[in-house]
Design a protein around this ligand. Structure first.
Ligand code: SAM
Length: 290
């Protein structure tokens, strides 16, 4: 980072001008936090001490150019600065993979609770994208063997770089292919499988914000006519793929809980349950193979 010293007053005036240009204040403050190192608490410090000088990670001109691109072309800030914070690490973010979402972070907490008493095991992350779930599992379950699968070559390359950088000596294997297919030789041996599959019904894709529908990969979003095409394939595959007693935990759209839970039960899964996200929405479906 190139530190640039700037007086608090000058910075606050500039920030006001940038926010007046449009966009959401919360996004601008996210940008100055993750691109220039001005966290929320640092910002409060500047507001309280406007006559002090402080250092900015990158010059205001560069931040301004990023903000303009975001406003003009609705490009996600994470793609413009090539990074995205997720749980306790920062991932490379680029156009080949979905930007990891905050609600997906909870999948890890749910998973770690389910396997708390297993020192060794085998996990899979189906549809790894840039690899957030795989990285977290590799960090939290260092003695396990991990498999991350995606059908997108671009996404898998990003996941590979993220894994290499964040968990350099990890035992995670990356496979290109369709959900369970590349893992055939391990079928029947997975103790834990996580997935955040594409789950938006096709006819709702057009209603998404331009910042999402015009830039994030369609293959990461579109869940087919009912939004559950991928989820059903993953659940069906789990009948063969999971070990006896193995867990499958899926994220889904805000209104799919009942249908996915029913599908899991109908297909013969055990210990089927749901969990809510931080907004109180039923967002995760859990089941176990008997
Ligand atoms: C919603 S994104 C989730 C990415 C990542 N797990 C995350 O939470 O940020 C879904 C991912 O599934 C992948 N995908 C879509 N269809 C697939 C298929 N048939 N087989 C494997 N992966 C697939 C997409 O490329 C995308 O990376």
């Amino acid at each position: 980072m190139i530190p640039k010293y700037i007086k608090g007053n000058t910075f606050l005036q500039w920030r006001k001008e940038m926010i007046l240009k449009g966009g959401r204040k919360v996004d601008f403050d996210w940008l100055i936090d993750f691109a220039a190192g001005i966290s929320w608490s640092e910002l409060q410090n500047i507001i309280l001490n406007p006559d002090n000088f402080f250092s900015l990670g990158i010059p205001t001109e560069e931040l301004e150019a990023i903000w303009h691109s975001h406003l003009k072309d609705q490009i996600p800030l994470q793609y413009l600065i090539s990074k995205c914070p997720w749980r306790d690490f920062e991932l490379e973010a680029s156009v080949g993979a979905l930007i990891p979402r905050q609600e997906t972070e909870l999948l890890i907490d749910l998973a770690l609770k389910k396997v708390a008493n297993l020192k060794y095991g085998r996990w899979a992350d189906l549809g790894t994208g840039s690899g957030p779930l795989a990285i977290s599992l590799a960090q939290s379950l260092p003695d396990w063997e991990g498999h991350a699968v995606d059908i997108s070559k671009d996404a898998l390359q990003i996941a590979q770089r993220n894994l290499k950088y964040l968990v350099p000596n990890t035992n995670v294997k990356l496979s290109l292919g369709d959900w369970w297919e590349p893992l055939k030789r391990f079928w029947g041996s997975f103790d834990l499988v996580l997935s955040n599959p594409p789950y938006i019904p096709s006819d709702l894709i057009g209603d998404l914000e331009p910042v999402v529908k015009n830039h994030e990969p369609l293959i990461a979003l579109d869940g087919g006519t009912d939004g559950m095409f991928a989820s059903k394939q993953i659940i069906i595959g789990a009948l063969n793929g999971l070990a006896k007693g193995g867990w499958l935990i899926l994220e889904h759209h805000y209104d799919q809980s009942e249908k996915i839970i029913k599908f899991m039960k109908d297909i013969g899964m055990e210990e089927v349950s749901f969990e809510k996200d931080l907004s109180g929405i039923k967002r995760y479906a859990i089941c176990r193979k008997q």
